[in-house]
Write a new protein. Structure first.
Length: 142
């Protein structure tokens, strides 16, 4: 029993497709050579930093603490803030103080986020530059 492998029309058909396997091999060798010969790029920024430690500030900055209690009452250094105008007045005074005090906001875990966001937005709008949130450890885990 014989088996026919070729095409039924003709026995000697010309192959018109190009064999690309050697071309791919040459391309991969060239690519590897290019990768090896390129110098390693360092992404470093050269800075001229001063030597030694800077002197400490002559006086520690004044710290203002804004507490937001569980029932959303706002306390300015322990004194309750009764109205929005009172809060704006205190923040405006802190923003334009000559010694540029630090404002620390300490929200309670049960306080509404909208109250905290409102205090932060007012502080930013009035130009308080040194502001931070303290007491974040109460929000971590159970």
């Amino acid at each position: 029993m014989a088996m026919s492998v070729g095409s039924p029309e003709g026995e000697d058909e010309v192959m018109v497709e190009m064999n690309t396997t050697p071309l791919i091999d040459v391309m991969l060798v060239l690519l590897i050579m290019l990768i090896i010969t390129i110098p390693i790029q360092t992404h470093a920024v050269k800075l001229d930093l001063p030597a030694g430690n800077p002197p400490p500030p002559p006086t520690p900055p004044r710290v203002i603490t804004i507490d937001i209690d569980f029932d959303n009452t706002i306390l300015w250094d322990g004194t309750p803030i009764t109205s929005e105008a009172d809060l704006v007045d205190h923040l405006n005074t802190a923003a334009h103080a000559p010694d540029d005090p630090e404002v620390h906001v300490r929200p309670n875990k049960l306080a509404l986020y909208s109250t905290f966001a409102h205090v932060m937005a007012d502080a930013q709008r009035l130009g308080v530059e040194k502001i931070g949130v303290i007491g974040n450890e109460q929000f971590l885990g159970p």
